[in-house]
Design a protein around this ligand. Structure first.
Ligand SMILES: O=C(O)CCC(=O)C(=O)O
Length: 301
């Protein structure tokens, strides 16, 4: 397909919204599946999960490891771009990584690290694999999802200066699985501030069903950016983080990220986890790859 016949991002996003609204909107998370054994958590984290749908684990990864991850991501992104398997700003690289260029970039320059938006499928590789099984992360997953858990999606996100945030959404919209919920694990690999594009969350919105979405209306928005517009976000709060802090969040929790209006990059490693028995309904996306991390309550090396 050449550029003249390729559908525009706006029309792809409209089709995606229509499809997801038909397949996923209205789904609920069964009350008995909201958690497994919250007594495994610190009381304030258990309360955060129950009441708000999220909590933060501070200082799990040292800043040097965070820097090494970002450097490795730039190498993988650069390699994927030059591998010659590219379509509409998406590049298939070594070991199945998928590198996505930023669509809505404003002030970013021409170097690879300034063009990059997301890198998918990195959870089987060092130095990312190690974090997927961090003991504190596994403890949280056991408490929430039970003794048999897999990481099924990984993405490393660069939000460069001038780049737009992702609009309000619930991650489970994108996961057509038989078991709900999933758990997001967002490791800040730089600090995350209101100015550089931190996440905002709507506490308590995790008990909502999956809401209908509309395409992100901004001209040039990224592929797949869909937006919840029928919820009262006046109670939303910013999630301010230092490098190495980790946000654990429910996949029905409404969240968004701010535009980056600062002169510094914001980056994050984001993992999504599910019960290992989960079945994908219908077509499996190329960014879904189940890798067990807990079996019978024990870490898998
Ligand atoms: O990090 C971001 O800018 C957005 C991430 C996000 O919303 C997600 O992982 O679901």
């Amino acid at each position: 397909m050449d550029a003249q016949t390729a559908p525009s991002t706006a029309s792809v996003n409209q089709t995606a919204a229509d499809t997801m609204n038909g397949l996923q909107a209205g789904r609920i998370c069964p009350p008995e599946a909201q958690s497994h054994d919250l007594s495994l958590l610190a009381p304030e984290h258990a309360e955060g999960w129950r009441r708000d749908g999220f909590f933060i684990l501070r200082g799990l990864v040292d800043p040097e490891t965070c820097r090494r991850m970002s450097a490795a991501v730039i190498d993988l992104f650069t390699g994927a771009e030059s591998a010659g398997r590219s379509f509409s700003g998406h590049h298939l690289g070594k070991d199945g990584v998928i590198a996505v260029e930023e669509a809505a970039r404003v002030d970013s320059g021409i170097d690879a690290d300034q063009r990059m938006s997301k890198l998918f499928n990195i959870h089987r590789m060092s130095p990312f694999r190690e974090f997927a099984s961090h003991p504190e992360v596994l403890r949280a997953l056991h408490a929430i999802l039970g003794p048999d858990v897999s990481v099924f999606n990984s993405q490393y996100i660069f939000k460069n200066p001038g780049v737009w945030g992702q609009p309000w959404h619930q991650d489970s919209l994108y996961y057509r699985f038989d078991l709900m919920p999933q758990v997001g694990c967002w490791l800040a690999t730089t600090r995350a501030t209101v100015e550089n594009g931190c996440l905002f969350v709507a506490p308590g919105s995790h008990v909502e069903p999956i809401h209908e979405v509309v395409p992100d209306a901004r001209p040039g928005a990224n592929l797949g950016y869909l937006e919840v517009v029928d919820y009262d976000f006046s109670g939303a709060v910013p999630v301010l983080m230092e490098p190495g802090d980790v946000l654990i969040f429910h996949s029905f929790l409404m969240h968004k990220s701010n535009d980056n209006t600062s002169s510094e990059r914001r980056s994050a490693l984001v993992y999504h986890y599910a019960r290992s028995a989960t079945q994908v309904i219908g077509v499996k996306s190329p960014t879904i790859d189940f890798m067990p991390v807990l079996a019978g309550g024990r870490a898998i090396a």
